[in-house]
Design a protein around this ligand. Structure first.
Ligand code: PAF
Length: 282
């Protein structure tokens, strides 16, 4: 596996692959890799000739007072893990390479797709995401890019951006990977205290039970939402940011559970903000 730190080196390396008509699969990450990231890389490995990943903790997607400085980092471990799943090229730029002195250009999806859910609680977050992802897309120029469905809104925003800006890239959403007790894998799970870790399971449990309610015929979104709120409030350390039942593509709230449905939530367990969701065709 090659490890490169500059845009010029990545372009040089991938030019050779493109000239040889090889397909490129890309997994952008912020590092501190877990099985969720590795599952994206494995899928990219199966579907492409060349697999590229990036590790970059992107400062523009963190708001004031968020965890940019404390975000977990372990480059040694990450590069070893990436190698075990057959990654060919790891791009790990310093911040200065991506945002040099005098940087002024941003990419932003407007409207409800970024204004609701996490976008409402984290203003500017998706502007940072769409900016860095479009820069990475322009550098790597992949055929396919792989994103975890745990960040359901991020997937919807990137799909919207790819449509709007005519990126010739297939966006492949991949399933959420969970711990045995149901907790969705996230680099931020490491922030949880032992008590918080126990309580965090209430998120996935609530979503699974909501799914069962829908499968048993419940169609009223407000009843399902009320059930999830009550269930999550039973956990002492839980502080709800949002729980919404929306159309999975537009992210608009729905009253009747019908079509491509996404139940998405963000909850603080102690000081750790966690997100999770479940998507279902009803
Ligand atoms: O999902 C993430 O880890 C980040 O938002 C991404 C897509 C790598 C952009 O920094």
């Amino acid at each position: 596996m090659k490890i490169l730190h500059t845009i010029a080196d990545v372009r040089d390396e991938l030019k050779k692959a493109r000239t040889a008509h090889k397909t490129i699969g890309f997994v952008p990450t912020m590092g501190y890799l877990h099985q969720g990231h590795l599952s994206l890389m494995e899928r990219a490995r199966q579907e492409n000739d060349v697999v590229v990943i990036s590790i970059f903790v992107n400062p523009t997607q963190f708001g004031q007072g968020e965890d940019l400085d404390s975000y977990p980092r372990d480059f040694e471990r990450d590069s070893q893990l990436a190698e075990t799943v057959g990654v060919d090229l790891l791009f790990a730029p310093p911040a200065q390479e991506m945002y040099p002195e005098g940087y002024t250009t941003y990419v932003e999806a407007e409207g409800s797709i970024t204004g609701l859910l996490c976008g409402r609680s984290r203003p500017g977050h998706f502007k940072g995401v769409t900016t860095i992802v479009s820069k990475l897309f322009n550098i790597v120029m992949p055929d396919r890019a792989y994103f975890g469905q745990k960040d359901a809104q991020q997937v919807a925003v990137i799909q919207q951006m790819v449509r709007d800006l005519d990126f010739d890239i297939d966006i492949i959403p991949c399933p959420i990977i969970r711990e045995e007790d149901g907790l969705a894998l996230s680099s931020r799970n490491t922030y949880l205290t032992p008590q918080g870790r126990k309580e965090a399971v209430v998120l996935s449990q609530s979503l699974f039970r909501a799914k069962e309610m829908i499968e048993s015929g419940e169609e009223d979104a407000s009843k399902i939402r009320a059930f999830i709120i009550e269930n999550i409030r039973s956990a002492k350390e839980a502080d709800i940011d949002y729980i919404e039942i929306v159309n999975a593509r537009t992210l608009q709230k729905i009253e009747k559970v019908q079509g491509d449905v996404l139940i998405a939530l963000a909850v603080k367990i102690g000081k750790t903000r966690l997100i999770d969701n479940i998507r279902m065709e009803v």
